[in-house]
Design a protein around this ligand. Structure first.
Ligand SMILES: [Zn+2]
Length: 272
């Protein structure tokens, strides 16, 4: 197992700490940085060539040849945050190759394929999260304050990552569960119609993250307007992994249609 080889090389109490200890060996700035890291500069500092491609078959690619030349190729399409995450993910492959994957010429792709990820892909993603949202900064910023939607928006912007990427990082840092829902009125322009889940991300201990809005719904029917009258609504939510009851932090928006973010950490799933 790759992860065992990494643990014996770097130590650490858990995989999140392990990835920090591994990445900081090569990128010392991860110890102190507290805002968006310049990922392309990290790539160059590692002596890796960086290219862009219009091919559209993959989001990113890391390849190396027998002469030792290493190249990261990034698709031109996609948001800047997505491209930054892809570059960091390919750097994750590079780190694994430096440490535990020594071998002949090869190539790794990052595609839109959401298939079952291999151990190497999982570790590349965890290393990418470490590169973009380093453990020491996250500990400082998340440990001593309430996790709210405003904080998530502020910090995801500051670190140059998508809100989804930031939400997935929180349970890794705080060793907690998390559920995020975006809700909208069932009839888009009518706030008196009942609230329905439009997007859902939740993390169960030892599993996930899951994003399956189709199987997530509010247990009790409540109008969108009524839900927003409460600044911290208490709601029951049904998921594929059990029901949960939590008090949510709520933040409402009017654009592009009325919608609201609901966020709760440290929730308990009652397994069905
Ligand atoms: Zn990959």
């Amino acid at each position: 197992m790759l992860v065992d080889a990494l643990f014996s090389k770097f130590g650490g109490e858990n995989e999140v700490e392990l990835c920090h200890l591994c990445a900081r060996q090569y990128f010392g700035e991860l110890e102190t940085i507290d805002r968006a890291v310049d990922v392309r500069a990290l790539v160059k500092s590692a002596g890796i060539a960086i290219r862009e491609s219009n091919a559209g078959k993959f989001e990113g690619m890391f390849e190396w040849d027998n002469s030792g030349k290493e190249t990261i190729t990034l698709a031109r399409s996609g948001s800047e945050n997505r491209r930054r995450f892809t570059a960091a993910h390919e750097l994750g492959h590079w780190l694994l190759r430096q440490t535990v994957l020594k071998g002949a010429a090869g190539v790794r792709y990052r595609s839109n394929d959401r298939g079952r990820a291999s151990e190497e892909e999982r570790l590349a993603n965890l290393l990418a999260a470490e590169i973009l949202m380093p453990l020491p900064a996250m500990m400082r910023l998340l440990s001593f304050q309430k996790i709210t939607n405003r904080l998530v928006r502020q910090l995801s912007g500051r670190f140059g990552v998508s809100r989804q990427a930031f939400l997935r990082r929180i349970p890794q840092i705080l060793n907690t569960t998390l559920i995020y829902l975006n809700v909208v009125p069932n009839r888009f322009k009518d706030a008196t119609s009942h609230a329905i889940v439009d997007e859902a991300i939740y993390i169960v201990p030892g599993e996930g993250p899951f994003s399956d809005r189709d199987n997530v719904r509010l247990i009790r029917r409540i109008s969108f307007a009524e839900l927003l009258r409460q600044s911290s609504p208490s709601l029951g939510v049904k998921t594929s992994h059990g029901n949960l009851f939590a008090t949510f932090d709520a933040l409402a928006y009017n654009e592009p249609i009325p919608n609201a973010d609901l966020l709760a950490v440290d929730v308990r799933f009652r397994v069905l």
